[in-house]
Design a binder for this molecule. Structure first.
Ligand code: C2G
Length: 709
C-alpha cells in the first residue's frame, strides 16, 4: 500500500482553506500524511490549520513565520515528507474525492503520473460525473503541451525520482518556480502518462485586486519572474540540447501568449523591453524560424537589444492585428474607429452624454440632473444614449443608439459622462474627461469588494469593476450609510457628492394630489382605488443567459384579488434585468404591469403601499414615509447563499417581513396597525437614510460638477 505525502502550501487563503483541507482529508485514499506548510500567512489561515491538525492525526504543519514564496515552501515540505510518493495541492484549490486514489491505482512502476486539472469558477463546474469503473492510463501525445502548462498540481511523483534528480523548486521568484522541478523530468522521460479519472479543481479566483492568486499578479510580474528563472536554468543546463530547446520554446510561447501584450502599453514598453531582451539574447535563433515574419523581426530586434526597431515592428504588429480583428465584425470596426479616429478629435467642453440603466430607460438620477440642466444650463449640448432612440424627453437632447457609431463619436468627444451604471470596458477616458457616476441605489445587498469570494457568474467581475470605477471622478452617495459603503465596496477615493439623490427630488417636489391624480389618469389607474406597488429585485441564480433573468410571481393572484380587489389595485414592476413577460390574463382590472414604464419614481408617488424584497427601492420609497412590506419568501437563500446584507433585515427595516400570500393580505387589511407598530423603526430608518434629501439634490450636484458660462 503506497504511502503518499500530500504537501499543501498556504499563504493567506483562509477563505478557501477549509474546503481545500476537507477535500484532502476526505480523500478515499487514506494512506497519506498531510504536510501543511504555512508560508507566513497573516490572515486566519493558521487557526484553520490548527483545527485540522487536532481533528486528523495525519495532518502536521510547518510554520515558516515569514512569507518565502511557494517554491521555498514546497521544498520545505519535500524535506519533511516521509512518503514513497509526493502530491502537491494549492490551498485555494480542492480535490475530487477519488483524485489521489485514481492516481495511486494507476501509477504502477511509473516514476510520475498526471491527473486532470479542471478550472472552476462556479459551483456547477465542480459537479461532474466521473466514470472510473475502468481507469485508463493514457500517454500524452504532445509532450511540450504538458510542460507548457508548468504545473505540478494533481501529479504523483515518486520520492525515488525526486531524490535521484534532486528535484527542487526555484526559491528566488514567486512565479515559475516549477520549471526547475519539472525540467529534469522532461529531459529524462520521453513519455508522460495521465489518467483522466483523477480530477483536481483549480479555483478561478475573482478578486485579483484585493487578493490576487500568483497567476493574477499581472503580466509584468510574470515577465520579471520568468526572466530570472529562464536565465538561471539556461546557465545551469548549458550544452544540454533538450533542456535548452525546451526553455526557448517556453519563452517563445509566453512571449506570444502573454508578454507581447505588455508591449501594447507605451508606458511599459521600455522597462519590459530591457528584461525581455536580456532573456531573448540567450535564445537560439533556430528556435524562432517557424514564427511568422513579423514575430521573427520582433524577436531579432529583442535579441539584438534594438529598442527602436523593436518599437517599429511591435507597433505595426499590434496595428495589423487590430485591423484584422476590426474587419471581422461591425462591432469591432466601430471600436477601432472610436480609437483611431474619434478619440483624436478635440474634446467638446460643453457636451454631456447621459445614460441610465445601460440605455434602457429615461430615468433615475441622470434624468433629473438632465432636467435641471435643460432649464438652467442651456449653453450645454446634451446627448442621451438609449437602446431605442424614441424616448419622449424635454429639451433638445440628441438621442443616440447605444454602441452605434454616433454613440462612440459622442463618448469620445464629450467632456462629460453622466451614468448610473458602469460604462463598457473598452471605452477610454481621455485627458480632461469628467465622469459623474450617480449609481442606482442605496445598497442592501453586498457589493463588489464587500462580497465574499463566492463563485460568481463572471470570475473577472471584481477586476473589471475595479478598472471601470477608476474612471469615476464623482460619485453620488445619498446618505452617510451609502457613503461609507461605497468607499469600501468600490474602493472609491475621489469626490463623493453627499447631497441626496437627484432621483428623489421628485418625491419631495411632486408629492401632492394634483400630480398624483394626473399621473394615475395618464397610466389608466382607477382613481377610486388605492394602489399597491410590487417591485422586487432579481435573483443571481435564476437566469436564461447573462443579463437575462427569470422571475415568476410567488403569490396567489386569485386570493389577492378576492380579498383586496374591492379596495386596491396592484402595480407590478419587475427589475430591469428581468426578461420574463408576466402573464396577468384574467386580472386586467386588478393587476397592472408597469415593468416597462420609464421611471419608477412616478410609481412610488401614486402608490399607497410598497411591497418589495431586497431591492434598494425601499430606501427611496421611505422618503415618502408610506408603509412598506417585505415579501421575503426566500430570505435565507438570498441572504446567506447569494449575497449577504449590510443591515440586519430582520430588525432594522421599516416594515414587516411577510412570507406568504395570506400574510400579505393580513398586513394590507391591517395597514394602520402595521404603520403604528413600525412607527419607531420607520423614524429611525428615515433619519439614517433620508437626512441628506431635500428635494434639490440635482441643483446642488450640478453646481458642483458643471461650470456655468
Ligand atoms: N428598480 C426598478 N424596479 C424594480 C427594481 C429596481 O425600477 N423592480 C430600479 C430602482 O431604481 C432601484 C434600482 O433599479 O433602486 C436598482 O435595483 P435593485 O433592485 O436595488 O438591484 P441592483 O440593480 O442589483 O442594484 O447599490 C444598489 C445595488 O447595486 C442594487
Amino acid at each position: 500500500d503506497k504511502f503518499v505525502s500530500v504537501i499543501v502550501t498556504v499563504y493567506n487563503t483562509a477563505e478557501f482553506l477549509e474546503e481545500c483541507l476537507t477535500s484532502v482529508t476526505n480523500q478515499i485514499y487514506q494512506n497519506v500524511e498531510i504536510i501543511v506548510v504555512n508560508d507566513g500567512s497573516t490572515d486566519g489561515s493558521a487557526e484553520i490549520i490548527e483545527q485540522f491538525k487536532k481533528a486528523d492525526s495525519r495532518c502536521q504543519s510547518i510554520d515558516l513565520h515569514e512569507n518565502h514564496g511557494v517554491g521555498f515552501a514546497r521544498n520545505r515540505g519535500i524535506e519533511q515528507a516521509t512518503g514513497e510518493y509526493i502530491y502537491f495541492v494549492d490551498s485555494d484549490d480542492f480535490l475530487e474525492h477519488r483524485a489521489v486514489e485514481n492516481l495511486v491505482q494507476s501509477i504502477g512502476e511509473l516514476p510520475f503520473i498526471l491527473g486532470r486539472n479542471k478550472r472552476v469558477s462556479n459551483k456547477e463546474d465542480s459537479l461532474i460525473e466521473i466514470d472510473d469503473s475502468e481507469i485508463r492510463v493514457r500517454r500524452h501525445k504532445k509532450l511540450f503541451k504538458v510542460f507548457q502548462n508548468l504545473t505540478v498540481l494533481n501529479s504523483l511523483f515518486s520520492m525515488e525520482i525526486i531524490r535521484e534528480h534532486s528535484l527542487r523548486f526555484s526559491e528566488e521568484t514567486d512565479c515559475y518556480s516549477e520549471m526547475a522541478f519539472l525540467l529534469p523530468l522532461y529531459i529524462e522521460y520521453k513519455n508522460v502518462y495521465y489518467v483522466r479519472e483523477s480530477v483536481y479543481f483549480l479555483r478561478v479566483r475573482n478578486d485579483p485586486i484585493s487578493n490576487p492568486s500568483l497567476t493574477q499578479l499581472g503580466r509584468e510580474k510574470l515577465l520579471t519572474d520568468f526572466v530570472v528563472v529562464y536565465k538561471q536554468l539556461k546557465e545551469q543546463y548549458k550544452g544540454n540540447n533538450t533542456a535548452e530547446i525546451l526553455l526557448d520554446k517556453i519563452l517563445l510561447h509566453l512571449y506570444r501568449s502573454k508578454f507581447i501584450l505588455i508591449m501594447r502599453d507605451a508606458t511599459k514598453i521600455n522597462s519590459s523591453f530591457e528584461q525581455l531582451a536580456s532573456a531573448m539574447e540567450r535564445i537560439d535563433p533556430e528556435q524562432y524560424k517557424g514564427q511568422n515574419m513579423l514575430v521573427r523581426r520582433e524577436l531579432k530586434a529583442l535579441s539584438k537589444q534594438n529598442l527602436k526597431s523593436y518599437k517599429r515592428y511591435i507597433n505595426f504588429h499590434h496595428f495589423a492585428r487590430e485591423t484584422k480583428q476590426s474587419l471581422s465584425s461591425k462591432k469591432k470596426m466601430y471600436r477601432q474607429i472610436y480609437k483611431d479616429v474619434f478619440l483624436k478629435r478635440p474634446l467638446k467642453e460643453k457636451t454631456i452624454v447621459f445614460e441610465s440603466f445601460l440605455g434602457k430607460n429615461y430615468a433615475d438620477s441622470p434624468r433629473y440632473i438632465y432636467e435641471y440642466m435643460v432649464e438652467n444650463y442651456p449653453e450645454y449640448e446634451f446627448v442621451w444614449s438609449f437602446n431605442e432612440t424614441n424616448h419622449d424627453l424635454p429639451g433638445n437632447a440628441k438621442q443616440v443608439k447605444r454602441l452605434s457609431l454616433t454613440y462612440y463619436y459622442y463618448m469620445a468627444t464629450a467632456k462629460y459622462w453622466v451614468s448610473n451604471m458602469r460604462q463598457p470596458l473598452h471605452l477610454q477616458k481621455r485627458e480632461g474627461n469628467v465622469f459623474l457616476q450617480t449609481w442606482h441605489g442605496t445598497p442592501l445587498k453586498k457589493l463588489v469588494f464587500d462580497m465574499n469570494e463566492v463563485y460568481s457568474a463572471n470570475p473577472k467581475y471584481k477586476q473589471q469593476f475595479y478598472e471601470q470605477s477608476r474612471l469615476w471622478d464623482y460619485l453620488i452617495a445619498s446618505n452617510p450609510y451609502s457613503s461609507d459603503i461605497f468607499k469600501s465596496a468600490f474602493k472609491f477615493d475621489k469626490v463623493m457628492l453627499e447631497d441626496g439623490y437627484p432621483r428623489n427630488d421628485t418625491l419631495y417636489i411632486n408629492n401632492n394630489s394634483d400630480y398624483i391624480t394626473k399621473m394615475k389618469t395618464k397610466l389608466n389607474i382607477p382613481l377610486d382605488k388605492k394602489v399597491i406597488l410590487y417591485a422586487p429585485t432579481w435573483r443571481d441564480d435564476e437566469f436564461y443567459e447573462p443579463g437575462k433573468y427569470r422571475f415568476n410571481l410567488k403569490f396567489d393572484l386569485n386570493k389577492l384579488k378576492e380579498k383586496l380587489g374591492d379596495e386596491y389595485v396592484i402595480l407590478l414592476r419587475m427589475h430591469y434585468f428581468i426578461a420574463d413577460d408576466l402573464n396577468i390574463e384574467g386580472y386586467e382590472d386588478f393587476v397592472y404591469n408597469m415593468s416597462t414604464y420609464e421611471d419608477i419614481a412616478d410609481l412610488y408617488l401614486i402608490s399607497d403601499i410598497l411591497i418589495t424584497d431586497y431591492s434598494s427601492v425601499f430606501f427611496d420609497y421611505s422618503n415618502l414615509r408610506r408603509p412598506i412590506l417585505f415579501y421575503t419568501y426566500d430570505l435565507e437563500k438570498y441572504r446567506d447563499q447569494l449575497r449577504g446584507f449590510y443591515i440586519d433585515i430582520e430588525s432594522e427595516v421599516p416594515g414587516p417581513l411577510v412570507k406568504t400570500t395570506d400574510e400579505i393580505i393580513e398586513a394590507v387589511l391591517n395597514i394602520d396597525v402595521v404603520t403604528e407598530d413600525y412607527k419607531e423603526k420607520y423614524d429611525a430608518f428615515y433619519d439614517k437614510i433620508c437626512s441628506w434629501e431635500s428635494g434639490n439634490a440635482s441643483e446642488k450636484i450640478v453646481k458642483k460638477v458643471f461650470p456655468k458660462q
